[in-house]
Structure formats: C-alpha cells, structure tokens
Design a protein around this ligand. Structure first.
Ligand SMILES: *Cc1c(COP(=O)(O)O)cnc(C)c1O
Length: 430
C-alpha cells in the first residue's frame, strides 16, 4: 500500500474527511490526497519522497516559496523569546505600521489569527458604523467560513440569502444578498432594493476563490460609487490580493479605495495572521477605543508577527512584482500555445502572480459553475500533472499561485508537463 493511502486511511479515522480544511481533500478531482513532509522554495516533498513543483503555495500565503530563509530565521529568533505573552509587543506595532504605510486606504489596523476572523470583524464593524444590517456579496466569492458568508451563490441576477450549509439558521443569512460578480447593473439594483438597510458591499477585488476572475475596469469603481450613493461601506477582501497584486494590494493596483480592507495569507508569511483596517474614524469604534467588541488570545502573537514582518521587509527590499508578473505571463502564454497546438479549448485567466486554467471556450467573467470549468477534463489534467511532478490546488475552481521561488527551469518543466497532459487529453476533449 502506498504511503499516501496508508496515511489517508489513518486520517479518515481521526479527522472528519481526513483533512483539517476541506479544500485539501481531493474531492474535486478524485483520488488520495498527497501527504507532504517538507517544502523548499517552489518545491514540496511528499512522505513517499516524491518531489513536486508547487503552485498551491499554501493557498497564496507564500510569496517567496517554502522555508524562505529570512522567515525561518525570524521565526526561530522569535520563538526562543516566547511564543505568546497575551500582552503588547514592539513587533505588532511594527507590523501594523508597515501595513498602514503600505495599504493606501488603511489608517489603523487590528491583527487577527485568520482571514475569516478579519472578515467577520470588518462586517460587524461596518454594521455598527452604519447602523444597518444588509451586506451585499458576490456569487462565487469566498470570505471565510463565518455563518452569514456561507450563502448559496445564485445564478439569477439577485438571489436572497439562503444558507449554503446546514447548521446556519436562515435568520443568520437573511441580511446577505448575492449578486453576480462583474455586474454593476445587478449590484445597483440590489443596493436600490435594500437601500435603507445597506451596511456594506464586500468583494474580492480579484475573485480568486472560484478560479481567477479579473474585475472589469469599471466594476470596482461602480462598487465604490454604489456604496457612497447608499451610505454603505465598501469592504475589499484582500486576503489573497493584499501584498500580491502590489505592495498596496488591489486598491493600489486598480486605484479604487475601499472603506475597510481585510487581509491574511501573505501578511503571515505562512503563519496564522489576519488583519482588518481602514479609516481611523471607523476603526476607532473597535474595542477598547470604541464599543464594537473584537478580541483574540493569540492575535498579533510574536512568532506569527515576526514571520509577517520578515516577508513585508523582503518585499520592500526586492520589489518582486514585475518579476512575478513576468513569470506568470510566461507560463500563461506557454499554456495557451500548448492548448492551441493540441486543440484543447481553454481559457487562462491571470493577473499578477495568480492564474486559473479553465477548460471551456467561453470567456470566464463571472461565476457560472456549470459552464466555466469542465471538471472531468480538469480532473484528468490535474492527475497527469501530479504524475509529472506538478502539484496544483486540487480543484478546477481555485487560483494557482506563482512565487518568487519558481525558477525558469521550474516553468519549463511545468510547460512540458502541461504538454504531456494536453496530449493525453487530445482527441477526448471534444
Ligand atoms: C483564504 C481567504 C479567506 C479566509 O482566510 P482564512 O485565513 O482561511 O480564514 C477570506 N477571504 C479570502 C478572499 C480568502 O482567499
């Protein structure tokens, strides 16, 4: 029996579904999840010693690859001085200052332990600040797993919040309204319909949790205008885009400013850190400065914060964004050329260091799960890539992440693997 199967059988006994987060299971592609024991740069090493080039990069938490030495050094140094004090430290002030200086709309920031917590707290704050309840979110967008964000992504122009998940009372999602991504008209209509009660519009400035969907240039500014018109707050969930699209995140990249920003992933350098921030007059409503309660035993703990600081300092020192975009563009072009060569209909959506390969011949501009991805073809593609030593996120509805650790040789090997995957799909794709 192979090691992955052995470990998975054990895992299934003790952990529901064998994993500690459902996206790690191979439910979307079939087969047994790979168990990893170490990572170095762009590479992951499995328990059975197979080596993979990794395009998951801890779901985008890593910008410089695995076991990046400045992060490892910072964490070692911090951990020897104590893992958590439950009291104020210099490092959390430094990280907060770096975030405020980097992200244009953020004047004050509160650290959390996850992106989920950041979103949950930002939404509570938006409701408190506006004195209203309704939140507009977009179909296919993921904002963490708090109750009122787990709402079915409707295919109609506007779907009322019906819980997507057992255990979530309907009354918890009755204030969540879903509209299609990239559809300013639907957004305006929904905002109009709930005008007296609209607290916030929350969006991923690049949708990256249903495969990558890039916003129309006018969509983000339409959301800004819409929020202003209805005295609501605009929340950017930059848990993926923050420090990935640019040092100032998507708001710097697109030049559209939200009222509140949620962050996570990169700012923790692979350790648990989230953050939410915004204008001082809004943020000062957070306890103990104000009445909106928000807390965390391990929030801003010295080990996690030291990793985040190390990463942000490396970004400042190296300004990696042009190189990341070039690597990603190289890969995208090569994949498109290969698809053309083997007659495979695909669309590759990409921006900065994010991309998704969709097996479809229609442009992917919003979340249409039935048409945007041929999941059967994706599964076969995924497994051929895996056999070729390339680890992709195990679902056709996820972003792939390019890091600074990916070398030209990695990209060359990836393109070769894509060609062999396409060649095995060729003839069956039509
Ligand atoms: C990952 C993610 C979250 C949730 O962050 P966790 O740290 O997993 O709780 C929220 N929003 C977006 C856009 C994400 O990609």
């Amino acid at each position: 029996m192979d090691i992955n199967k052995e470990l998975y059988t054990e895992a299934l006994k003790y952990i529901p579904g064998g994993v500690n987060s459902p996206v790690r299971s191979f439910q979307g592609v079939g087969g047994t999840p790979v168990f990893f024991k170490s990572g170095a740069g762009s590479h992951l090493f499995a328990e059975d010693d197979t080596e993979y080039i990794d395009y998951c990069q801890s779901w985008g938490a890593l910008l410089f690859g695995h076991a990046y030495s400045p992060v490892v050094k910072a964490v070692k140094k911090a951990v020897e001085k104590g893992t958590s004090f439950g009291a104020a430290t210099r490092n959390e002030v430094d990280l907060a200052r770096m975030i405020v200086e980097a992200v244009p709309s953020v004047e004050q920031v509160r650290l959390t332990c996850s992106g989920t917590e950041a979103v949950m707290s930002a939404v509570r704050l938006a409701r408190a600040y506006t004195g209203k309840n309704t939140i507009i979110k977009f179909a296919g967008s993921y904002h963490g797993h708090c109750d009122y964000m787990l709402v079915q992504a409707g295919s109609g122009a506007m779907t009322l919040g019906i819980p997507d998940c057992p255990g979530v009372p309907e009354s918890f999602t009755q204030h969540t309204v879903i509209v299609p991504y990239n559809d300013a008209d639907a957004l305006n209509a929904a905002a109009e319909a709930y005008s007296g009660d609209l607290a916030a519009i929350i969006l991923e400035p690049v949708a990256a949790n249903c495969g990558v969907i890039v916003p129309d240039t006018s969509f983000l500014s339409a959301a800004r205008t819409c929020a202003d018109t209805h005295d609501a707050l605009l929340i950017f969930d930059e848990v993926i885009t923050g420090f990935r699209l640019a040092y100032g995140g998507a708001q710097e990249y697109f030049g559209v400013m939200p009222d509140l920003t949620c962050m996570g992933k990169i700012i923790g350098g692979g350790l648990p850190v989230g953050a939410f921030g915004g204008k001082e007059d809004i943020m000062s409503m957070i306890a103990p400065a104000g009445p909106v309660y928000q807390a965390g035993t391990l929030s801003g703990n010295p080990v996690a914060v030291s990793a985040g600081l190390a990463v942000l300092r490396c970004i400042q020192d190296t300004n990696p964004y042009t190189a990341l975009a070039e690597k990603t563009a190289l890969l995208r072009t090569a994949i498109q050329d290969a698809a053309w060569e083997y007659g495979i209909p695909i669309v590759v959506n990409s921006i900065a260091s994010l991309f998704t390969l969709f097996f479809t011949d229609e442009p992917v501009e919003r979340f249409c799960p039935d048409t945007m991805q041929n999941t059967l073809l994706f599964s076969r593609f995924f497994h051929t890539m895996l056999e070729e030593g390339i680890y992709l996120p195990p679902s056709g509805f996820e972003a792939q992440f390019v890091s600074m650790a990916h070398t030209d040789y990695d990209i060359e090997r990836t393109v070769q693997a894509v060609k062999s995957a396409f060649s095995s799909l060729h003839g069956t794709a039509a």
